[in-house]
Design a protein around this ligand. Sequence first.
Ligand code: SF4
Length: 592
Amino acid sequence: MSDFNEEPVPGSDSDGFPVPTATLPDPAAVREEMLKIYPSKTLKKRSKQMLVNDPSAPPEIGANTRTVPGIITQRGCTYAGCRGVVIGPIHDILHITHGPIGCGYYSWLTRRNLAQQRPDQPINFLQYAMSTDMMESEIIFGGEKKLAAAIREAYEIFKPKAIAVYATCPVGLIGDDIHSVCREAKKELGINVFGFSCEGYKGVSQSAGHHIANNGVFKHMVGLLDEPDPEPFRINVLGEYNIGGDAWAIDTLLKKCGIHVTATLSGDVTYDQICKCHTADLNVVMCHRSINYMAEMMETKYGVPWIKVNFIGAEQSAKSLRKIAAYFQDKQLTDRVEEVIAQEMAELRPVIADVKTRCEGKTAAMFVGGSRAHHYQHLFKDIGMLTVAAGYEFAHRDDYEGRDVLPSIKIDADSRNIEELEVEADPEKFQARKTPEQLAALEAGGFSFKDYEGMMREMRKETLIIDDISHHEIEKLIELYKPDIIGSGIKDKFVIEKFGVPCKQLHSYDYGGPYAAFTGAANFYKEVDRMINTKVWQLVTPSWKKPADPAHTFGRGIDNPANKAIRELIAGQAKVKKPAKAAPAADAPCGE
Ligand code: SF4
């Protein structure tokens, strides 16, 4: 029994997971099948990144390690994580990418972070993509002058409150000092100008960029405005980027309950909102991976505690609202939250009942993000669908196994590349939000702060967990599991669909959304229903069902019988035969 289902759910197993209508393969055998193609060194590495789940004692997973060269990964670069994910959605500051124009792809918000102009702030710069467009001469003689000129020019045209500058790989390689250029510009223009050394090579994935972005936002924005919003129950929503309007759906829901959002980091947020976010009473964290650093630093410096929430999925939204209300220990707020949950669930139940008639017992797999592959499982579960395999692109071990493994995570050379800020309590601005007695009462009632149990503890036993999945592994997964839908990113979306499986793009939502909160959940259920049950997939013949065409050696992937020689070469079973040296032609000139 729950808000969600008025009666115990039929079609669930003893642990409450949906029962699939199809027989599932043995996950250990699937894992072996995926791994067997790899040469020994790669096999050793990938073995640690592919596990069969045990939620009661999650096995240690290899995560946040370098992708093996040659494997087709879905990861992005550090610059993409910093500029593209965390800071890019701040819509009233200018973002200038210092680098060649190619990197500028990520300077145009491809993730569909939506933003609205405010009546008092009629500015939205999100549609602009700004790059210094470094050319050969700047690579040879340095690009600092060009950057200074670009900042000046951008300021003259737009007169923004702040300008952020992002260094890409070539900038780091030639040693341009973007920070001194920013300091000079700050003095000259009288606005906040700051830089991010987020060169693409700084880390193993976009995750390093998230950390760099957190550090920069904390150093250069948070704490600049001390006037709190007048509303009670003030929170910040961290790690919510307003893809397809998710932050708006969450904000609307919170407003109905009487909870005020000071700032969302960083979906549809203004510079001023971020500058005063340290005045909120509580931080609630959506995407743990991309922003847990900020939550920790704000707690240490300003005394703002944080809790993990999830507004993806109806049950999870209700749980998150109750957790926020419990934190404030206010009877009126708690009652209002219960009323809102009851109203929202009353509207949602008929949608779920209808969608379930067509989706119950179907299966999903998800390989995306640092939290999304976890969060979206709840939406599938709501409509009776089982997630049979999942993994992240750029997560760390704690996102899989829970934060209690943090002390055992080894810091490697790649992680050491990223600055760890030394943060202390601010002598003037630190303010404990709860008395020790209030904290003790909350914890005695089962309330937990800064906890995240990770994805594996919430997944069914015997599901397959794959970190940084490759295209080869996705192909095998489709062949052996035959999932009804896969949630993934743009880099593999069309690979998946060519195999006759619908793919819900969970980075930018294709053209859909919002999917957060109760209203968003309804959108997701209906869309998944349409995607899975359309007949178009019956018209696609997966490549493994087609006869091999020896004329196209790569036509059916590495398993193609025609690719035997390549397989043997990769597996180290064959040696490259050097071509026999041809005897020099009698009339060849000397030395040829
Ligand atoms: S990896 Fe480097 S060169 Fe490539 S897009 Fe990222 S910053 Fe630019």
